[in-house]
Design a protein around this ligand. Structure first.
Ligand code: ATP
Length: 461
């Protein structure tokens, strides 16, 4: 038996004996099965029962979503972080247990082309440099040399351990650790299947999902899409997640879960604190500067009439001092609104930037905010003599009336009021096509400033 000190108050552990330990995990999955949150769920059960009061969580495990435009992601580009205070003399043991556990987990998944699991451990308080990495990994592509110089800077004052070396997963693992306090957050209760890697559809009574949504609609989101009549809490792939209920606080999630009628065997659940549903990646960017792989919002005026491409995609050009377009795919269901825009309307488009052959930079839109609409169109002036609409008499030569021949040099174009078929406001896609970070309408006004929170009773089963 290992010795445990009875001198240490587990609620307020002394700094000489205890220290913070933040462990980030990423890429612990495969397209054929597994999931980083599931590995974390199993690992935490092991660590908590083995180390007891020597290893205490200072926060719910974090599920930190990063840039949805990075090419390597398997599904939702999510990293997981375990934040704890541990006895200093067991740090190495905790990290060894973690590493052995992750190795066993990924080996059990078999062939995993294109994945490179990452583990990062930070001892002590999270340094500012990792906050910077989080923001970069959330909103941009992190090149290897950037990561390397950031690690060099971080390790000047902070102990960082990378048990697998500088694998690709380290980017997400370290960036996840850098997710700061003081920003908006939500929670997700993730329940896991007993039968792992099963391709059989999840068995949760759809009626009970709708009932749960009605009962908890103020504090939960993305449960059910009433438009397409689709359940949103159950994924469809071969991963071990049975369902995920997203919401504002852990207690509500446990209550909501207890109302569901689940008709397959469940191995258990855990609650994660996350940046999902917060629009955290929608940083304001300059239209002339946004680059491919970056996320963000551009405020600009519509530069020309919207165009419709094959497949139902609508494209608008944004006035930006450089060619920049925004594409709204059919699934976003925003074509009608987008096609009603006119040159001169002021919009904000949020999404991820991609490079299209022939067009250049294109924002794949996740959200459209119409800030102002022009309410007139400019028309040639009317003839002061006969009232007919005048024509240009040639460059710099003023106007000429086609009816009576009257000529004038100093007439201004006329502002003719127009009726618009669209209103200013925020336009979002249907919930069935939401990506993890996108903030649903239901969350507007519910933003909060979050800190680390010691998990409450019943957070893991
Ligand atoms: P799951 O959701 O099941 O965990 P995933 O979609 O999150 O799967 P990952 O397995 O996490 O996909 O793979 C994403 C990979 O991309 C990781 O190796 C991560 O370190 C890396 N990565 C994440 N964000 C960035 C970024 N902004 N720039 C470069 N690499 C990144």
């Amino acid at each position: 038996m290992r010795e445990r000190s009875s001198r240490v108050n587990p609620v307020n552990p002394s700094e000489e004996v205890f220290t913070q330990l933040h462990i980030g995990l990423d890429d612990v999955d495969a397209t054929v099965g597994g999931c980083t949150t599931h590995a974390t769920y199993l690992l935490l059960k092991e660590l908590l029962s083995k180390f007891r009061t020597d290893f205490q969580l200072i926060d719910y495990p974090n599920l930190v979503r990063l840039n949805p435009a990075v090419p390597y992601k398997t599904r939702g580009n999510g990293a997981v972080v375990i934040r704890s205070v541990v006895r200093k003399d067991i740090i190495n043991e905790v990290i060894r247990e973690t590493t052995e556990f992750v190795s066993k987990y990924v080996n059990s998944l078999g062939f995993r082309p294109g994945t490179e699991p990452g583990i990062a451990a930070v001892i002590g308080v999270v340094p500012e440099s990792l906050r910077k990495l989080y923001l970069k990994a959330l909103t941009d592509y992190v090149p290897r040399n950037y990561l390397m110089s950031l690690i060099k800077e971080t390790t000047k004052n902070t102990e960082v351990i990378l048990p697998y070396g500088l694998s690709r997963g380290v980017t997400g693992a370290l960036a996840g650790i850098g997710w700061p306090e003081g920003v908006d957050c939500t929670y997700e209760l993730l329940a896991y299947r007993k039968e792992l890697s099963s391709c059989r559809p999840r068995c949760v009574d759809p009626e009970s999902i709708k009932e749960m949504d009605q009962l908890f609609r103020e504090e939960t989101f993305l449960n059910y899409d009433y438009l397409s009549r689709r359940e949103l809490i159950t994924p469809h792939g071969p991963d071990p997640v049975l369902l995920g209920i997203r919401g504002e606080d852990p207690a509500t999630l446990i209550n909501a879960y207890s109302t569901l009628r689940v008709c397959e065997e469940v191995s258990g659940y855990a609650i994660f604190r996350t940046n999902q549903g917060t629009d955290a990646h929608h940083v304001l960017r300059d239209a002339g500067r946004i680059r491919p792989y970056q996320t963000g919002c551009i405020k600009a005026s519509v530069a020309s009439k919207p165009k419709n491409l094959m497949g139902g995609t609508s494209v608008i050009e944004l006035g930006s001092g450089g060619r920049l377009y925004a594409a709204f795919f059919k699934e976003a269901g925003l074509s009608k609104v987008v096609n009603s825009l006119l040159p001169g309307d002021l919009v904000m488009v949020c999404g991820t930037c991609h490079l299209w052959e022939g067009l250049g930079r294109v924002i794949h839109a996740e959200k459209l905010v119409i800030e102002s609409l022009i309410n007139y169109k400019l028309m040639n002036p009317r003839c002061p003599k006969c009232g007919a609409r005048m024509k240009s008499a040639g460059r710099g030569k003023g106007w000429k009336c086609p009816k009576c021949g009257y000529r004038a040099k100093d007439l201004e174009k006329e502002k003719v009021p127009i009726k618009r078929s669209v209103d200013v406001g925020t336009y979002l896609p249907p919930e069935s096509s939401f990506k993890h970070l996108m903030k649903p309408l239901r969350r507007y006004g519910k933003e909060k400033k979050c800190s680390y929170v010691r998990p409450a009773e019943g957070w893991i089963k």
